[in-house]
Every structure is written in C-alpha cells, then in structure tokens.
Write a protein that binds this ligand. Structure first.
Ligand code: GDP
Length: 432
C-alpha cells in the first residue's frame, strides 16, 4: 500500500517524526518534491539529525530510501548528508536516486543569491539553495537530468548551450563572473561519479514493489500553503507540496495512494515572508512559544532562522487538509502548549467586514483578520508519556476534539513528544 505523509500548513509540522515513525512498518520511503532547502528534524536512538534530502526512513536497516524524479537533487549535499549519518554509526542506508531526477547546478545557487540581491527589499525570502532557479530551468527545459550525466556527448553540448545563455544574464543583468564551460563539465563528471552507485529506474522499481504488496511511504516537504498553485502565491516554494504530486514525483499511478496522512501542528509557525493571519504579534509571547516549541525551539532545521509563531488556524488547516485529500490527520507537538492558561484558536477570518471559514486567495488573505475562540489550557499537567487518548487532561482532549470538528478531518494520531514512541492513536468519529 502507498501512503503519503504531507503537511497541512507552512511546513515544519513534524512530518519527519511521523514519517520516521511510520517507516518502522514500511519497505520503501520516497522523497517526491523539493530540495535541500528545508529539512526534517528527527530524534531517534542514534541521536538528533537534520535531514534535507534523504527521506526520514534512512535510520532503519529494513527500508530502501528513494530520491524521486520530482526532487531538486543537490549531489554534493546528498553525499554530505549520507556521510553525516554514517559518521554517527547509522548503518549505510540503501539509497536509490531516480535516473529522471534533475540536478541542482552550482550556478543555480549563485543565481538564487544574485536574484535576491537584485530584488533587495522585495525578495521572496529564499533560502538561497538554488531551488527556484532549478525549477525555472527544469520547466524551461534547460535542466540536467541525472541520466544525462552518463552521456558525454549530450552533456558537452548542453553545457556549452546553457553556459552561453547563463553568461548573458551574468554579464548584463547581474554583473557577475561568467561560467567556465570546462570547469562546469569537470564538476558534472565528479557529480556523475558520486551519484553512479545509486542511480535507478525508480518508476519501474516502484511498479514491481507495488505489485509485490510492499509498504511504500511518500514523504512531502513543506505544506499545502507553500504549494505553487494552492498556496500563498508568490510566497510559495517551487514544486508542488501536495500528496497528489507524489504520484508524479515518484512515478506511480495516482490511484495507488490509499492513505494520506496530513500533519498539523497544535500551533502555527511559518518561515519567510507572506501573510500569516494568526501570527502572534507580541514579541515576548511569540518568543516564549518559539523557545518552548518543537524539540529545542522553533528554528529552521536548515537555515536556523527563528520561525514566525502563531496560534492554531482552523481556516488554513481545514483548507490545507482538504487540498491534500486527507484520510488521517496527525496532530503534533501538543505537549508544548501545556504552559498556557488559555489557548486562542482561530476559527474564522474577517475580510472586509465579513467572516469566512474558507481560505481565500492571497490578495484577500493580506486583509484577513483572525477571529479567535479561546479554549482553556491544561497548565501544570505534563502530557508527555501518555499513550492513551482518554488519559489526557480533559481540556487537552477538548482542544483536540474542538480542532477536529472545526477542520472536519479525522485526527487519528496525536503526537506528544519528539520521539518515535511519543504517539497516541485515536479512533475518530470522522474516520471513514
Ligand atoms: P518537518 O519539517 O515537518 O518534519 O518539521 P520540523 O522537523 O521542522 O519540526 C518539527 C520539530 O518538532 C522537530 O524538532 C521534531 O523533533 C519536533 N517534534 C515533532 N513532533 C513533536 C511533538 O509531538 N512534540 C514535541 N515537543 N516536538 C515534536
């Protein structure tokens, strides 16, 4: 069976932990979109790890980890990441890289920086990992596919063509040093040698695996609101963050995705610019949640940037779950809220004097003001270690039930700590 683990919101919902946990019963875990610009934090018996390219199943010795064709593959970063985990005594994972995966080129990273510089104050808050230039080139059909590294003739011709094009921009738009063809070709030869042991016809491999009844997990990066079509465009990422894209970014039939686990955090956080309706504007209050949040604070796993903090947003989460096609909600980081006397929950947006529970397009979102309902907290009661939903404090259960009702999707998992075992399975009335 194929399951997807995806985010409902702006990312950082705790997908890594949920994937790592579900990977225990999986044979194959696949990354299907995004690049090394975001990351998952995973805590397990080997230690604490920040993964950027590798799927969250790499810590088990029974799983195969796949980088699907939809990913922006930064080959040196992948190699570094493999080394960073094997250096900590994690056994060498079985890794496959799709031969149709495209490569983040050294100049993509440069163009990302140059463009942010050029835009100055009007930038998109890019992490400058080359992801936007990478996907632009992919769709402009001047990207490099892994398979092309193994055909010298194609490679040479393409390097020449692309360098000529990029150098016009470097010279006249950015006023920066030009690309050197021979140097780029050498770099690509080194990439070829690095990636060669992992290259695979992934869609064929998965076709066989599905027929054999293997358990397959698709691991998404970021969340619905960062999707280029359905998110808060233009403050979005450059590849689709939706479970539906899992079919494309891995190369499997869409109808094979039977379960879609959408991860929702018990409060909100966001990175980068863009409308964030439930943002906590009081810096002291925001900082307290930021420091207590996640496991060791809400700071970017890749960039270490402090995240913007907010209260739970039912409007955004209902929309986020709907667009993912959610079958199950995993509600995470609930333990962190235990310090509050009462907890505001956003149940509607007021836009031009009217209240709505439907998430709007970006131009209207900029005008939205949150409508809050305040729920009582469960201050002083530590919920970590609880494994049974009924054992949770009454107000804590009510918080989960209230949110489930507002978003309209079944919360079947509640995560109350960063570890694999910190999970409460729950039967939901909304489950189909
Ligand atoms: P991802 O990109 O969606 O995987 O999310 P991140 O890795 O950026 O953020 C999740 C953070 O929260 C990580 O540090 C996790 O270890 C941590 N985490 C996940 N679930 C829980 C939980 O239920 N409670 C606590 N306290 N931390 C959690």
């Amino acid at each position: 069976m194929v399951k997807a683990v995806v985010g409902a919101n702006w990312g950082d919902e705790g997908k890594g932990k949920i994937t790592d946990m579900l990977a225990e019963n999986a044979d194959i875990i696949i990354r299907f979109q995004g690049g090394a610009n975001a990351g998952h934090t995973i805590v397990n018996n080997y230690g604490k790890f920040a993964l950027h390219t590798l799927p969250s199943g790499v810590f088990y010795d029974h799983t195969t980890s796949i980088i699907g064709n939809g990913v922006a593959l930064d080959i040196p970063k992948l190699m570094k990441e493999i080394k960073s985990i094997t250096d900590e005594n994690v056994p060498m994972p079985r890794i496959l890289v799709s031969d149709r995966c495209q490569i983040v080129m050294p100049y993509h990273v440069l163009f990302d920086q140059y463009e942010e510089e050029r835009l100055a104050g009007k930038s998109f808050g890019s992490t400058k990992s080359g992801i936007a230039p990478f996907y632009s080139d992919k769709y402009a059909k001047i990207g490099f596919q892994v398979s092309e590294l193994f055909d010298e003739e194609i490679l040479k011709e393409k390097v020449e063509r692309v360098c000529n094009l990029k150098n016009v921009l470097l010279e006249h738009l950015y006023h920066k040093p030009l690309l050197d063809q021979a140097e780029l070709l050498d770099t690509l030869h080194s990439y070829r040698d690095m990636v060669a042991p992992y290259v695979c016809d992934v869609s064929l491999y998965l076709d066989k695996a599905i027929k054999e009844g293997k358990e397959i997990l698709l691991e998404g990066q970021l969340g619905t609101l960062k999707d280029p079509d359905h998110g808060i465009y233009p403050m979005v990422t450059s590849s689709s963050t939706l479970a539906a894209y899992g079919a494309i970014g891995a190369g499997i039939p869409p109808y094979e995705i039977k379960k879609i686990v959408t991860v929702c955090k018990a409060y909100s956080s966001a990175v980068g610019a863009g409308a964030f309706v439930t943002e906590i504007l009081d810096e002291v209050e925001a900082d307290e949640l930021r420091r207590r949040g996640g496991d060791g604070g809400e700071y970017g796993a890749t960039t270490h940037r402090p995240r913007r903090m907010g209260w739970f947003d039912c409007v955004a989460s209902k929309y986020g779950c709907r667009l993912q096609g959610t079958t199950d909600v995993a509600f995470t980081v609930l333990d962190v809220l235990g310090y509050l006397d009462e907890i505001p929950v956003c149940t509607g947006y007021e836009i031009d004097g009217e209240v709505t529970t439907d998430f709007p397009v970006t131009s209207k979102l900029e005008k939205a003001k949150p409508v809050y309902e305040t729920l009582p907290g469960w201050k002083g009661e530590d919920i970590r270690g609880i494994r049974d939903f009924d054992q949770l404090p009454e107000n804590c259960k009510k918080y989960v039930e209230f949110i489930e009702q507002q978003i309209g999707f079944p919360i079947t998992m509640v995560s109350n700590g960063p570890g694999r075992e910190d999970i409460i399975y729950r039967t939901s009335k909304l489950a189909k």
